[in-house]
Design a protein around this ligand. Sequence first.
Ligand code: SF4
Length: 693
Amino acid sequence: MQQRVLHTAKSACPHDCPSACALEVRVLPGDRIGRITGASDNRYTQGVVCAKVARYSERVEHPERLLYPLRRTGPKGSGQFERVTWEAALGEIAERFGTIAQRSGSEAIWPYHSGGNMGVLQRYGLDRLRNPMRYSRQHTTICVTPAESGWLAGVGKLVGPDPCEMEAADLIVIWGGNPVSTQVNVMTHVARARKTRASKLVVVDVYRTPTVEQADIALIINPGSDAALALAIMNVLLTEELVDRTYLARYTDFDAETERHILSRTPQWAAAITGLAAKDIIAFARLYGQTRKSFIRVGFGFTRTRNGACAMHAVSCLPALTGAWTERGGGAFFLSFDKNQWGLDTSLINASDAVDPGVRLLDQSRIGAVLCGEAEALGRGPPVEAMLMQNANSATVAPSTAKVLKGLARDDLFLVVQEQFLTPTARHADIVLPATMFVEHDDIYYGLGHTHLTFGPKLVEPRGEARPNSYTVRALQRLLGVDHPSVGMSDLELLDHALARAGLGRFAAAAQVGWIDRALSFKAAHFLTGFPQADGKFHFKPDWSKVGPAHAEMPRVADWSPAYERAGPSHPYKLVCPPARHFLNSTFSETPTSRAKELAPCVRIHPEAARREGVEEGVRVRIGNARGSVVVPAKLDAGQQEMTLIVEGIWPAEAFLERRAINTLIGDDAVPPNGGAPFHDTAVWLERMRELA
Ligand code: SF4
């Protein structure tokens, strides 16, 4: 039946996806939303969004949505709650936070946010409470830190050529990402390049993803071996003089030592590490070296390993060797996440003027270790006794799940969770606060995978008593007596302040348009006036000490690092847990259409490995290591190297036979040099479940 549309409004996707799509939302009678499409007049989004956001009304109207504040009545994790008023919930939070801070010091309280909502205000605004109250700070590492570290090491800032330039490339390399499933707009620009220029698409990954299926050339490598492949490509470029020596001399720190080092990293050396044939490495290196307009779109996936920062750095060296950075449609792009590019003044939203560097910094990825009282994770400070979590489902998403669950279940932890659904994390809370969805509040979003600031205004009234995260922060600021200029400011006043100070107008006007394009000039984006390093050069020999504290183990010159979780006789397989197409982290795992499309978790096993282990299609297998084990059905698939196992999607624990989620197997040690979670770097054993087969 045709729905009557009152009007179509501009909006922006709030989810943890670098596409950060500019949206058009149909607003229907009765304060409801209809179908969502991509903004057709945004030059990056070009009318395209993923299916899960197109049907977003399913989430807004979901019958299991949290609509009222709740107070726990049963044991932690039991899901037993009673309804309370906002006033009672906030009063109790303020009283408990006050008592704990007085008794144990303010650092015993740890406000925690993650990427469930990427809004400038609704995500990062939690710091408006944290900083003035001197609560423990958060080292935000869980998603991109290893990738950021590697990019910063060579390039110097999280900027690069406009990704829309892919349309002008003759060769597009998608390295370590699966945009068909997770960043659909990239494929719009790839498709245009292929149609108008007959461009070639090469995909480097560890298994046959939907993006790999669209490639002209696919390089399926062993997990953790990306830097070895990049070094071998560099070796061929140098050996066959496919490099731009004028560019190298002018724009980089390339020297004789670097050249000698790269010449030692042969395709034969890399073949043994990557699992590729040396001839395939050489063939791709020649194609890359002979195509001046070559654009590398680097993903995040390949960096979520203990050697991931080295991998990102090594890949970013490729266009510096060929000089492809100088071309429209050339170079590489990772992320737009530089405050000068975006320009927003978020000092009031984040109360960044109130940051006390003396307050301890706790690693977001290490929440399990923090809550279990590991001294190093606690910065040798007091235990965490209270948390306010927003946009975070750590019980499913964070590494080392068993540790996280043990920590969340502590009776002496006062846990407040503001959420849209009763997630496994929220089930452990003492107080649950219902959160609005993006069409029910105002916010601004960074483009990340492109160059637009996008705007998401409030379009409909919140369901039930759901309220924005910012409401909670504002109320607690008042109840706890915070002294800061942001106290009492409305959401619109805070957003207007951030824009006005940057000369970007006002929120209401920008929201009418939907976005502000903050693209850098061609010269700046391609580093033609120098790279954003102190010496203006791209660094083959980075100063890792400027990137992160754990720099002692980083290689002096671009290199592959063997310092990752190695497969061995007792743990012969490498497990990789990439995103599923219809989920986004653990979000959308509650929506019926996403669940129906993903069906159930499974482990992809190479047929040769399956034969050796006596495993047939559909048989349940147990995969495990010292951190625990998970039972999951087998799916035979020759789309990866023989010793690689793939489990897609962050499924809730109840989707697995023994109710243990996949991140049970992931380590929570910090990736050098600056932290991050090694989600794709796990050595495991595998055995057939004979009793259940
Ligand atoms: S592709 Fe990503 S940014 Fe775009 S609508 Fe889907 S989840 Fe949101």
